[in-house]
Design a protein around this ligand. Sequence first.
Ligand code: C2E
Ligand code: MG
Ligand code: MG
Length: 730
Amino acid sequence: MQSTRTGSGRSFSLVVLGSVLVVFFATAALLGFFVFWSGDQVDKVGIDRQATRVVSSLSQQLRQVSKDQESISVWGDTLSAVSRRDFTWLNHNVARQMASYFSHDATYILEGDDTPLYASKAGRRTDTGAFDEIAAVVGPMVEELREKTRLGYLDIPPSIADFVVIAGTPAIVGVSPIVSANGEGERRPGLEPILVSVVKLDLNYELGMIDRYMLEAGRFTTNPSDNGLSVFPVTNRSGRIVAFFEWEPYLPGTELLDQTVPAFATGFGVLGLIVALLLYWLWRSSRALESKHIDAERQATQDPLTRLPNRLSFERQFDRILREQGPSRQLATLLMLDLDRFKQVNDTLGHHAGDELIRAVGERLRHVVGPDPILARLGGDEFAILCLAELEEAEVMEVCRKVIEAIGRPFRIGGNEAFVGVSIGVVLARAQDRKRHELTRRADIALYEAKSSGRNRAAIYVESMNELVQTRHSMEAELREALKVGDQLWVAFQPLYGRRDGEIVGAEALARWTHPRRGPIAPMDFVPIAEGSGLIEMLGEVVIRRACQLGARWPGLTMAVNISPSQLRNPNFAERIFAILEDTGMRPQDLEIEITESILLEDEMAASDAIRSFRRAGIKIALDDFGTGYSSLNYLKRYPVDRIKIDRSFITQLSTAAASVAIVQALVTLAHALGIEVTAEGVETDEQYRVLASMGCNTFQGYHFSKPLEAQALERLLNAPAALPAAQVA
Ligand code: C2E
Ligand code: MG
Ligand code: MG
């Protein structure tokens, strides 16, 4: 039960923890993704813009080359210098001008029939053969230009510029016809001399371009590298790719990210830390709550003294087992334990010692039964053992034997030795017995049986016990009724004989119940019921009153009454007796109270108090059923009694067991040594009488002399002692 509850607590905090972490990381991942995606988008837009700029710059380059050329080619002086073959002028005004002013790399002048007339490189005239290297590339352009000029033009002549590759280097080549600006001189459409200039797209050019278009770095190439640069194809007028412009793109998104991501990450880290701290706090408080819960659960389900499960926990576990066990032949074995004599230890050694004893009992039980069975303290001196294994009756009894043996060993408590016993009620739960209440009720019945059949033993529940309980129940009600009205209850008197000549020296009052339906019921059957139901005090009073009434009429005759432990425990008991004596007028010294040594054993304090006050009043005390208890001789020394009544079990064995003779003899000798009279109970034969008499017993009681009699019969006998009234036996 504990584990399920705490388990749910733990899983709850795990769920909370897990959810917060998932939400946190999902948010972080989503935000991260969004930020990087935006950066990427911005970068793409940036690159597109740069590409657009590159495109416009390239077409502008072409136009510029044509423009540069026009400043030289549309000029009468140039035309005349060409016709004059004035190379000095050309050197000065064409080659140098184009190179230094416009940064063209090479300049050529072709005649009307396309033969190169003039060539210069880097501003210096050179051999016209240099034209060969560009002749193939320029040829088609020249042809196209001548075609255009042949068609005629108005002010400014057509010109062509295009991208080409010369000896592996990308370049711009421009061709323009050389004409006079104002149209003077001879016009030869389609046959004009042509100015050709080459602008290599080399480092120099590139630097200029980078500068102009604010690029990081860039270059023209015929085969683009694959290193993350942006590439733009450079196409000629017919759409063929002649080269590529590759440049290191300016990435605004990446730059933005570079600047913002650290701040962003730091922010998120701090947030993460806060969340972590919050979670930690949450975890801590949920743990604290959980352990509080466990503590509370433990307090509710654990016995603080023995640390064993308490009644509540036991019942829950039992219910669960009954619910969960499959249809097996035997479900479980339940043992109900009740300590014998625990109250006395508690009363004599104190509650602290009682607690100590309970703890020690718990430990011994745990040791005996092992870890598997469920062991619980139900409260007070009650324990329960629930075995789940299928046990045979013999095995169960073996467990009980071990438990009884373990608890029977003396306990050392605070310098004292304490002795307790244990009675065990056992019930074997079968598949059909699935009700805890019924099973515990049966175990209780068996426990009651174990207790009433002498304690310190185990009894296994059988159905007849239940019947017995039912009978006991109805008998209790009937006894209650009988005590109120009618004459079902009466008292028989069994005379006690002295040693000499059958003289009656006393009588023992014995309760009798003649049930209208059941007939006579033996005291052995109804006295325990009266004791168990609290009716014994009323019953006892009926007997004592009748005994005293009779005793008052026969002063000098000892009238003995049997007293149950619970009567003696009642603090008003002595007073009641005195009141009855006074009411009836009986002499206290004629009254004898018979107690069993179990009273002394169980309730020393109460017994000794009452006994003392009786003795002070002159009432005599007899120890009944002597020899059947534990340590009789010890008690004889501690509690001064006037008489012991040697139990019938010794007397019956006198003729068969030599040991009984020795024991009875020893008892008589000892009692006499202590000044105590001895009565032999249950004398049935003359032989027994003679043996007992020779041993020195003082008085005799038994069927040999007389059975218990009605009061009038006893009185008749008292009046005529010689005649033994065998006929009026009760
Ligand atoms: P007890 O006090 O030991 O009484 C003697 C019992 O032995 C009586 O049984 C008596 O009838 C029986 N008895 C006497 N002589 C012989 C004999 O020669 N042979 C045999 N077989 N039995 C003999 P009873 O009257 O059935 O009483 C049984 C027990 O019930 C008593 O034992 C006593 O402990 C208890 N008892 C009887 N009346 C009362 C009472 O009023 N109050 C209390 N508390 N207990 C009572
Ligand atoms: Mg008696
Ligand atoms: Mg007796």
